[in-house]
Write a protein that binds this ligand. Structure first.
Ligand code: UDP
Ligand code: MG
Length: 318
């Protein structure tokens, strides 16, 4: 008996082939270390038989809670669903494909229990097998986010241990567009990073499409910084200064009677100002869209079925 309960939150999407095996691997690691634990598995509207697999798992392992969302709401929403049912003294958030090595969990728990850290961040020491373009885009994204928001999330992952108090603080953040990685950094608290090697995916392929990653990047940037809006103002001021000098030059030429046709200048100016205007409108539009989402205040996810754990937390009476 470890004297505390660890909730393991795992979003699951189309993982019928591996979820049973993977949860058992994690379960064994925790048992071996004598850590009392419960699982909170969220089926994010899978199209395969993931829910059946979770039901089966809940029969085999009494410490399994499962939540089925009414459709695919995305990993961020699934994490929200999971975190809101955490009952343990701390929780670990991780992926279902064993890319976040469960062997690290006991180290995280030690840091939390014995050294008083309230958040343990899993940091990717290597990014595993990712394509060069993926690596470059994520590097670019994190650098932009760092410049804009001041939060350096380079190498950050969704593999984290959070103390119950941090989970409570996280729950109080009420926005619709969530970015777990950033929000759990924003809350602060005593934190420690722990490096891990991203393992290869146990089975299947990544569920993140390029479009989804871009959407997540936009959510992350818009919810952590309003600097892009100021860039619009900056751009406008730059053009104002430019137009002042160009205006003087044009008038000067006009009065001296040496005004040229200026066709190229006009076309170029039109094109440059046109695109600057459209991009600025786009930036403003993106923020308005996010405000619209927040104002609608729809639930982040809907639950269609739920299985509460039947049994005692493993190890508790051993
Ligand atoms: N996932 C989810 N909903 C989705 C996409 C993914 O819950 O819409 C889960 C998935 O089952 C896995 C985790 O999020 O547990 C990470 O997904 P994946 O391994 O596909 O992403 P990657 O490792 O490439 O970041
Ligand atoms: Mg993965």
């Amino acid at each position: 008996m470890s004297g505390f309960i660890l909730s393991i939150v795992i979003p699951v999407y189309n993982e019928e082939k591996q979820i049973g095996r993977n949860i058992n691997v994690i379960h064994q690691v925790l048992l071996a270390d004598g850590i009392d634990h419960e699982f909170i598995l969220i089926d994010d509207g899978s199209k395969d038989n993931t829910w059946l697999a979770l039901k089966k798992l809940a029969q085999e392992l009494p410490c399994v809670n499962a939540i089925k969302l009414s459709r695919n709401f995305g990993k961020e929403a699934a994490l929200c669903a999971g975190l809101s049912s955490v009952t343990g003294d701390a929780c670990v958030v991780m992926d279902s494909d064993l890319q976040h090595p469960p062997e690290i969990i006991p180290q995280m728990v030690r840091l939390w229990r014995h050294e008083g850290y309230e958040v343990i961040d899993g940091i990717k020491s290597s990014r595993g097998k990712e394509s060069l373009s993926y690596k470059l885009s994520s590097l670019l994204f994190y650098n932009i986010l760092h410049k804009l928001s001041g939060f350096n999330l380079n190498g950050a992952s969704d593999f984290k241990l959070l103390d119950a108090k941090v989970v409570e603080a996280w729950k109080a953040l009420d926005e619709r567009n969530t970015f777990f990685r950033g929000m759990s950094e924003w809350v602060g608290y005593k934190r420690k990073s722990i490096a891990f090697e991203v393992a290869e995916r146990a089975e299947g392929v990544s569920k993140w499409s390029f479009v989804r990653l871009v959407k997540l990047a936009v959510t992350a940037i818009t919810s952590f910084s309003s600097l892009p809006l100021q860039i619009v103002t900056f751009l406008g001021s730059l053009f104002l200064i430019g137009s002042f000098f160009l205006g003087i030059q044009t008038l000067y030429f006009k009065f001296k009677g040496i005004a040229v046709d200026g066709f190229t200048t006009v076309i170029l100016l039109l094109l440059i100002i046109g695109s600057a205007l459209m991009i600025s409108l786009g930036i403003i539009g993106t923020y308005i869209a996010k405000i619209f989402d927040e104002v609608k205040a729809r639930p982040r996810y809907l639950i269609s079925e739920q299985i509460k754990r039947k049994g005692q937390i493993p190890n508790q009476n051993s």
